[in-house]
Design a protein around this ligand. Structure first.
Ligand code: GLP
Length: 260
């Protein structure tokens, strides 16, 4: 795992966008794993800017969302399918049919989850997965207690997560209790994981998953087992890391990040 500490969300977005641009320019049919939440928004803003101003094209690219609420009507403003469209894919030239998300409205959720796994494999697997982290250490919607080998499936949200996400709804009663999410095993199959986190509210989660034990109690800690995981955070999110100085030193002494 490589930990990179940067001064601002803008610089974090720029660096993550660099990784995605390098991938897309090298592999025109690249497969990108897309995350929701507020943390990845600067990445999407920067990619949209590069699309508009630098001609960065996504025409052959596919996107797979990490997760989705169960129970929201199709087209609901806060459904992750809509969020991904609004925040990223509608702003660039990704073909709409190449944008996929787990189906939270299916009559047969288990079958839909299996189809989603199959679709990722059929696309050649995810080249680069964007991730945020929940205040309780979740990635996607893999809440504490999730199997470290889990695949796409239905999960019940932790109360903490419903409270954290209530800001996107009129009130907490509107936040669904259930979700479908890529599993930790699914996420670990991606060839490069890029996790972004900012703010003091993430400092405990960042300390736990970067320096704590690998444990289902902190799902993001599974990144410690990934051969290519890049964690890009600001000073506030890094504030509880015992090794912050070492990580900063390691990055500043490299000519460019290498995704170690
Ligand atoms: N399912 C998403 C996660 O993928 C995301 O990482 C998390 C953190 O969101 P934020 O970046 O807004 O703090 O929120 C949601 O629960």
């Amino acid at each position: 795992m490589e930990v990179i500490i940067l001064p601002s969300t803008k610089e974090i977005g720029t660096l993550a966008a660099d990784a995605i641009e390098a991938l897309v320019r090298n592999k025109s049919n690249a497969v990108i794993g897309l995350a929701t939440g507020s943390s990845p928004l600067p990445i999407y803003d920067e990619l949209a800017r590069r699309h508009d101003e630098d001609g960065l094209s996504f025409t052959g690219v596919s996107g797979f969302a990490l997760d989705e609420y169960v129970g929201l009507p199709v087209g609901h403003y806060e459904s992750y399918r809509e969020v991904i469209r609004r925040e990223f894919t509608n702003r660039v030239d990704v073909a709409p049919e190449n944008v996929h998300g787990p189906d939270g409205a299916s009559e047969d959720i288990a079958a839909a989850c299996q189809q989603y796994e199959d679709a990722i494999v059929a696309a050649g697997g995810i080249d680069l997965q964007i991730l945020g982290v929940g205040t309780n250490g979740h990635i996607g919607f893999n809440e504490p207690g999730s199997s470290l080998a889990s695949r796409t499936r239905i999960k019940t949200l932790a109360e903490q997560t419903r409270q954290d996400n209530a800001r996107f709804f009129d009130n907490i009663d509107q936040v669904p209790h259930h979700v479908v999410t890529q599993g930790l095993g699914t996420i670990m199959d991606a060839r490069h994981l890029v996790l972004v986190a900012t703010g003091a509210g993430k400092a405990d989660a960042v300390r736990d998953f970067v320096e704590g034990p690998v444990s289902a109690a902190c799902p993001a800690s599974i990144l410690q087992f990934h051969p290519r995981a890049t964690v890009i955070i600001d000073e506030a999110a890094a504030s509880k890391l015992a090794g912050a100085a070492t990580y900063r030193h390691a990055y500043e002494n490299k000519p460019s990040w290498q995704g170690l």
